[in-house]
Write a protein that binds this ligand. Structure first.
Ligand SMILES: *Cc1c(COP(=O)(O)O)cnc(C)c1O
Length: 405
């Protein structure tokens, strides 16, 4: 067996990450990741875990005792919630209007559950009336499962009234907030969400590797009442709860120490900015980006009122060469944006303005680069118009702020 050459330390170039995740990471978070390790039962580390729980409760806007950062990416959060709450034979209503709803239906099936799909066209939302109709027809249903921010289409699922509806029918409400948490309101307690998971690599702007997760007392009771133990040992939340619980601290698996340092710092940044200011920043940068893209003929896929501020999904005019533009953006400008998935492949771009990626400078840089590229490709674009439209959005927002002050 021959050894590979010794090579050099890996030194990735600086990229502007404006895709569907991972997002840009603040230097303070990178610094936290590089700190010396502690043992996972060291009192200092246990203190850090308690602090992360408190900060996550504030971020999820909940008092749920069971609020943790699960090991693994957002998908681990998704699988943990389904594997713990859906038992063989359980029926679950699941909204399917994109990639992540489709995955949730698959996961429910793999747990032996019965996914009752409510399909909607990609880019649309699942209407409240459809949920009510299906619940009336299909009772009893163990859970209703919805994706708050469908990253494959840019659609924003309204949730304000779903929790009350679920309670009427005795169903748990499970919500995927992987892309929404940290960029738009996610009100776990006020909206009556029973299980909510997220990921670190989207609007929390931490590298991928942890899944923030919170469960209501109702959801924890459903886990205690299981007829059979959770089929996944690693993701068994009853066992994991015994490690996060300050009274027991029973070893289950070694916590990803450095990732938790990073998450603590990322949550400190979220809290320093403030909930409302952070949501407003995401909205303003999205508005400015969309104003610029419109001048290039790129219009949002979801209808007004159902658009995500952190994931701007725009449809491409026929003659644009999707792959060529994205390659040029990456190779010449160091900017990453996302293409379409599944049926939207080649038909949309997904431009992420998540967490640290959601900055005015990034919006203007991207629009400037896109204008150059599409002009080179013979598109009828007026150089400077897209950037100007975005600047106008920022200016009128400043004027509005000053007038109201
Ligand atoms: C990204 C994403 C996931 C999966 O997260 P990973 O970190 O890629 O595992 C799940 N749901 C939604 C809505 C997402 O955007």
């Amino acid at each position: 067996m021959s050894l590979p050459p010794q090579g050099h330390e890996f030194a990735p170039p600086y990229r502007l990450l404006l895709g569907p995740g991972p997002s840009m990471v603040h230097p303070r978070v990178l610094h936290a990741l590089a700190q010396p390790l502690l043992g996972h039962l060291d009192p200092l580390f246990l203190g850090l875990m308690n602090e992360i729980q408190a900060r996550l409760r504030a971020t999820f806007r909940t008092d749920n005792a069971f609020t943790i950062a699960l090991s693994g990416t957002g998908s681990a959060g998704m699988e943990a919630v389904i594997a713990n709450l859906i038992e063989p034979g359980d029926r679950a209503l699941v909204g399917v209007n994109g990639v992540f709803g489709t995955r949730l239906a698959t996961m429910i099936e793999r747990q032996g559950g019965v996914p009752l799909r409510i399909d909607a066209p990609w880019g649309d939302i699942i209407p409240l009336e459809s949920l009510r109709d299906q619940l009336t027809r299909s009772a009893p249903v163990k859970a209703v499962v919805l994706v708050h921010a469908e990253t494959s289409t840019g659609a924003r699922q309204p949730l304000e009234e779903v929790g009350a509806l679920c309670r009427e029918f005795g169903a748990l409400l499970i919500v995927d907030a992987v892309t929404s948490l940290g960029g738009m309101p996610v009100e776990v307690d006020a909206w009556g969400i029973d299980a909510c998971y997220s990921g670190t690599q989207k609007c929390l702007s931490c590298p991928p590797g942890l899944a923030p997760l919170t469960m209501s007392p109702r959801a924890m009771e459903a886990i205690r009442q299981r007829r059979t133990p959770c089929h996944s040992w690693y993701l068994d939340l009853a066992l994991i709860a015994d490690y996060w619980n300050d009274q027991s601290r029973a070893y289950h698996h070694t916590a990803p120490i450095s990732m938790l340092y990073g998450l603590r710092e990322a949550l400190r940044l979220v809290q320093a900015e403030g909930h409302e200011a952070r949501c407003a920043r995401h909205q303003l940068n999205s508005d400015a980006l969309l104003a610029g893209l419109e001048t290039l003929g790129l219009l949002p896929l979801p209808s007004a009122g159902h658009r995500l501020p952190m994931l701007n999904c725009v449809t491409l005019p026929d003659r644009i060469n999707d792959a060529a533009v994205r390659t040029q953006l990456l190779q010449e400008y160091g900017i990453e944006i996302g293409g379409g998935l599944g049926p939207l492949r080649g038909r949309v771009w997904r431009i992420g303005l998540m967490g640290e990626s959601s900055r005015q400078a990034h919006v203007l840089t991207l629009l400037g680069a896109l204008e150059q590229i599409v002009t080179q490709q013979g598109w009828p674009a007026q150089p400077g118009r897209a950037v100007q439209a975005a600047i106008d959005t920022y200016t009128s927002s400043q004027l509005a702020t000053r007038r109201s002050a």
